[in-house]
Design a protein around this ligand. Structure first.
Ligand code: GAL
Length: 495
């Protein structure tokens, strides 16, 4: 069935040209940030410590030059400067996250830090006063340290604690905020935070840590969604989802059955791990369950390292997202990999090796970021087909530059432009119900283990200058033109 947007579109004679097409009216044009990456003020005005404060303060060269987010972009005191950037771009939407321990210093509602509430109220009010819709993430990697001390995402107790925090946020900000993300990228938290231990909280628990914490994040998300649904939706009329990151993947040898199957496993172990339970069945993808249980048995475990959901839990989890929030950065080729290694892990369980095609350009700031705009179109179509044609927002997409990148980032804008062309094809040719696009990120910021060495911002931030001035890259200027036209321009955008 043609979408409403598609129905109003008359193809030009001789073929369809995305450069002549507007985005659907009401398309959300956004940029995103996260509290720890931009705010600074790590111990200001009663904020409690979180796992990233601890992780960075411990040093040990796990972060580039042992840098920290103590100051970052200074957004805790420089919010007005961020607002200027948002207005300069003409954004219709701005995605940011709440620092859980700025609001609730020990993570619980036992004590509420009013200064934190005031800070976020100001952001939300200023955005709305300027016609910008806030999309608010409750948790973007910065778990209160007090909760981590009690087991963090490994402990079942976190489910109720997260739900209380979510309810507190819905009741405090929900009269103004209508777009909510509960958790950002549970895949990264589980795999890198609780299995490999390369990001905060740095827990190394191969083969089990990621599955246990992911399970708790899925249940915490679902519980918070139900709370919204039961207690707030009728009066607040908002929408709640979870931001899932996913690569697009294709078989290395498209004619090889083993590579084809490995590619399916790659997608199941990344996106399906969370999207299948939340959007479809309440349970993990079958291939994930069978794969991990078979490997666990071989390793001598009494039961699968992937803990099962009860029937009651499946009912609780299924259908708990009001839209699909996708973070897309890159694409991989995938090859079947026989696994003989003794130490279990998510990557080994999936028995699929990821390969970067050498012909794909790389974003200069991140070795992992192969720039593959067409992968996004394919991924959007895959999500449409796999997850019942949901409304989708791309809640993150971006390209990193090196530290010393010039303000004239022509090459990077080319990537953005190619990506926007692919998005137009997804909307108009594939009938994907895509409602918005958020660039990662509004500002250069603290890029986790890369510190400040890697720049994703539309605005350059001079971290050497105590005033932390924000200056637009060319990408910001070009993005503003796209937003104001609600489409790409052939002649003026030509680079
Ligand atoms: C995402 C994350 C963001 C940002 C981005 C670029 O995984 O949500 O916080 O760091 O990657 O690497």
């Amino acid at each position: 069935m043609a979408s409403a947007a598609n129905a109003s579109f008359a193809p030009a004679s001789g073929g369809w040209d995305p450069e002549d097409v507007s985005f659907p009216s009401g398309f959300a044009w956004g940029a995103a940030t996260a509290a720890y990456q931009v705010e600074g003020g790590w111990n200001a005005d009663g904020k409690g410590p979180n796992v990233w404060d601890t992780f960075t303060h411990q040093g040990g060269d796990r972060v580039f030059k042992n840098q920290t987010g103590d100051v970052a972009c200074g957004s805790y005191t420089l919010w007005e400067e961020d607002l200027k950037c948002i207005k300069q771009l003409g954004l219709t939407h701005y995605r940011f996250s709440l620092s859980w321990s700025r609001l609730l210093p020990d993570g619980t509602t036992g004590f509420i830090n009013q200064k934190g509430v005031d800070y976020y109220n100001k952001i939300i009010n200023d955005l709305l006063a300027n016609g910008v819709v806030p999309m608010v993430t409750l948790y973007h990697f910065d778990l209160p340290q007090h909760l981590e001390d009690q087991g963090g995402w490994s402990s079942d107790a976190i489910i109720d604690t997260f739900d209380s925090y979510a309810q507190f946020c819905f009741s405090t900000f929900g009269d103004q905020v209508k777009l909510w993300i509960t958790i950002n990228e549970p895949y990264i938290v589980a795999k890198d935070g609780y299995e490999r231990g390369i990001v905060a909280p740095g827990v190394v628990e191969p083969g089990t840590g990621a599955y246990r914490t992911a399970r708790n994040m899925i249940k915490a998300h679902a519980k918070a969604w139900h709370s919204y649904n039961l207690l707030f939706r009728r009066t607040q009329h908002g929408f709640v989802s979870i931001a899932l990151n996913s690569d697009w993947a294709e078989p290395l040898d498209p004619t090889c059955l083993a590579d084809q199957e490995a590619t399916k496993r790659y997608m199941a172990f990344c996106l399906g791990w969370f999207a299948e339970p939340i959007f479809i069945s309440g349970d993990y993808p079958d291939v994930m369950k069978s794969q991990i249980s078979a490997r666990s048995a071989k390793e001598g475990y009494q039961s699968s390292r992937l803990p099962e959901f009860t029937e009651e839990e499946k009912m609780m989890i299924k259908g708990t997202a009001d839209f699909f929030a996708l973070n897309y950065y890159t694409t991989r080729k995938v090859k079947h990999q026989e696994n003989t290694h003794s130490e279990p892990s998510v990557s080994r369980d999936r028995e699929a090796e990821q390969i970067m095609d050498h012909s794909w350009p790389r974003a200069p700031g991140s070795s992992w970021l192969a720039v593959v705009p067409w992968g996004l179109r394919k991924l959007l179509k895959y999500i449409k087909d796999m997850y019942n044609n949901p409304i989708i927002y791309i809640t993150e997409n971006g390209f990193s530059q090196r530290d010393f990148a010039p303000l004239d980032d022509t090459q990077r804008w080319k990537y953005f432009r190619q990506t926007l062309l692919e998005i137009l094809k997804a909307i108009f040719l594939d009938d994907v119900r895509l409602k918005g696009y958020f660039v990662w990120s509004l500002l250069d910021n603290f890029e986790w283990t890369c510190g400040y060495s890697c720049r994703f911002g539309l605005f350059h931030v001079d971290f050497e200058n105590p005033a932390l001035p924000r200056v637009p890259y060319r990408s910001a200027i070009e993005y503003a033109k796209v937003i104001s036209k609600n489409g790409l321009t052939k002649s003026t955008d030509e680079l």
